[in-house]
Design a protein around this ligand. Structure first.
Ligand code: FAD
Length: 567
């Protein structure tokens, strides 16, 4: 059964052009498609979301033979890496957003945008159920149905509260532009409230206690921004309040920034200690009320509470309801994100792709397929392979699964060979046969150690560009496939699989210092990395307009400081 399923999966363009065939109302909901306004020859691609993945797809799609419809509740793209800077007014919210209509305006492809949210995906009938934003509700007609030939799901993820009581009601999140604006207002609000003459010292301390939950890159960057804002700008404007301000960073794990190199983690913890930011590691938040945060120490289970003025919750991402519902429909319930193959096609669906934070490349299937490659290579059915055949298998695996390649090259290849050596002797001699079962058990070790791609803008943007590139070359690759050999069936796959190229990561730590971890484990921390950060983030802006605005904001901040008006 898995063999036939794979054949279905590999036929990217197998779907027939059924969109627009149904102009009649669906379930009482009007369909947008009408034969009159549709070019029958054009294949319809619907893109859900205008975040990193969706926008990158739209920027890179070039083939005018598609008609593209974009559906997203937000009519702009937001440069999320600068959201922490928006919380303190280092850059303005409008400087990091670009209207999606502006981005697609000059393209030769027919791209239309609808500001709406898709609430249900019906992959069987290739229909999307959407509702417009509440404020667009004209004459009660706020729901509509959209048909598609190809669906690109890039709806991102939502905040994960781990069902911790009181978080939704009492904490700020830092996920959307509105969140950052709300935080900015609340910080100033806390300072204004703490300045009122009616308060005593204890009240002031409470109000000016800023708690940040989650020691990942976002939490750390926000803590650093807030510290700079307080020490560079607010102390001058609220002179009596400096001694009452406290910033606490709570992290359940042993260290902050644990996805970074240990040198960066150690530097960040030490810098925060010097700056007076209270880093509490091994401390898990179990409850938040309107006045207090309760934490449990991971070491001894001790529970304590602390009053706060503002709490920002930044502990990672969870699955959006629309994705949960879709995963249940297609038998992927209990997963964190939509499972795709290495061509980003959603498993078990025709012509549906998922990218960015809402998707993950299914590693388990990769491992099953690798075993199948191995079995296919065993031509004489002897249950063994020669070293030469073994090497060919590894090459085949690496061509087909780029995400495995690094792992095999760096480490696992040696581990596998060592494992096989253990029972079969010296593999360096060409004549020695390798045992399939042992190889498979070695692979299961790779399986447990292989990591999913991180949920970052870098991955999402590269996936969007990759998929657009595949769409642009769909016809060309139909006749000249360029992908790896099909190991279940004949011929080649049409496209090469998605290959992620890691370009490094930054962790701004405040005081014009940034930690940079670049490919090849190259670590740089300090002021020079801060300048690298400025140049990379300026160059990565989605348009010249936002680039100019962001650079102007940085200059304004250097000259005049941050604006503390609560508007
Ligand atoms: P998103 O960018 O979240 O976009 C999702 C889109 O889908 C949005 O337009 C949304 O409105 C839309 N949508 C949601 N629901 C629906 C629906 N039902 N129907 C239709 N549309 C819908 N990554 C880095 O690589 N480097 C960084 O420095 C970095 N810093 C970050 C800082 C912050 C504060 C945050 C929050 C994230 C940061 N990230 C960073 C992570 C990065 O932003 C995400 O990985 C990236 O946004 C994922 O892209 P996406 O397209 O999958 O989702």
């Amino acid at each position: 059964p898995s063999f036939s399923r794979l054949l279905v999966l590999v036929s990217v363009s197998g779907g027939s052009l059924v969109a627009y065939a149904d102009a009649s109302p669906t379930n009482g909901v009007p369909s947008l498609a009408s034969k009159a306004n549709v070019d029958e020859k054009k294949k319809k691609v619907v893109v859900l979301g205008t975040g990193w993945a969706g926008t990158s797809f739209l920027k890179n799609i070039k083939d005018p033979s598609y008609e593209v419809q974009v559906i997203s509740p937000r009519n702009y793209f937001a440069f999320t890496p600068l959201l922490p800077s928006v919380t303190c007014g280092t850059v303005e919210a409008r400087s990091i957003v670009e209207p999606i209509r502006n981005i697609v305006r000059k393209k030769r492809v027919d791209i239309r945008f609808n500001e709406a949210e898709c609430y249900k995906i019906d992959a069987k009938n290739k229909k999307l159920y959407c509702r417009s934003n509440e404020n667009n509700n004209l004459n009660g007609k706020k729901e509509f149905v959209v048909d598609y030939d190809y669906l690109v799901i890039s709806v991102g993820a939502q905040v994960n509260t781990f069902n911790t009581p009181g978080v939704v009601e009492n904490c700020h999140f830092l996920k959307e532009v509105e969140d950052a604006q709300r935080i900015r207002r609340t910080v100033i609000d806390c300072f204004e409230r703490a300045s009122l003459p009616t308060l005593d010292e204890e009240d002031r301390k409470k109000i000016l206690h800023f708690a940040i939950v989650g020691g990942g890159p976002t939490g750390v960057e926000f803590a650093a921004e807030l510290h700079d804002f307080v020490n560079e700008d607010l102390v001058k404007l609220y002179p009596g309040l400096q001694d009452f301000v406290k910033i606490t960073l709570l992290e359940a794990g042993d260290h902050i920034l644990n996805m970074f190199d240990k040198r960066i983690t150690a530097f960040a913890e030490e810098k925060f200690r010097r700056d007076g930011i209270d880093v509490k590691t091994g401390s898990m938040v179990i409850k938040v009320t309107d006045k207090e945060i309760s934490t449990k120490e991971m070491k001894n289970g001790e529970i304590s509470s602390m009053p706060y003025g503002m709490t920002v919750w930044s502990t990672g991402i969870g699955t959006r309801p629309i994705i949960k519902d879709f995963m249940t429909q297609i038998g992927q319930a209990n997963r964190r994100a939509l499972a795709t193959d290495e061509w980003l096609r959603v498993e078990g669906c025709d012509n549906v792709y998922a990218l960015g934070d809402c998707a993950t490349i299914n590693q388990r299937r990769v491992m099953e397929d690798i075993s199948a490659i191995f079995i296919k290579a065993d031509k004489d059915n002897s249950g063994t392979l020669t070293v030469k055949e073994f090497k060919e298998v590894i090459d085949d695996i690496c061509e087909r699964y780029p995400q495995v390649e690094l792992y095999l090259k760096n480490k696992q290849m040696h581990d596998i060979v060592d494992l096989l050596k253990g029972s079969k002797g010296d593999v360096a001699k060409e004549s020695i046969a390798l045992d399939i079962e042992e190889f498979k058990s070695a692979l299961s070790q790779v399986d447990s150690q292989m990591k999913n791609l991180p949920a970052t803008a870098q991955v999402a943007a590269q996936q969007g560009a990759y998929l657009a590139h595949c769409f642009n070359r769909m016809e060309e690759c139909e006749s000249n496939p360029e992908g790896p050999l099909r190991f279940r069936g004949s011929g080649r796959h049409r496209f090469r699989p998605f290959r992620y190229k890691h370009l490094g990561q930054f962790a701004p730590l405040g005081g014009e210092q940034t930690a940079a971890q670049l490919p090849g484990d190259w670590v740089s921390i300090g002021h020079s990395s801060q300048w690298l950060w400025y140049s990379v983030y300026a160059s990565k802006q989605v348009s010249w307009r936002t680039r100019a605005l962001v650079v102007t904001d940085w200059t304004r901040r250097f000259v005049f400081g941050r604006d503390s008006s609560r508007i």
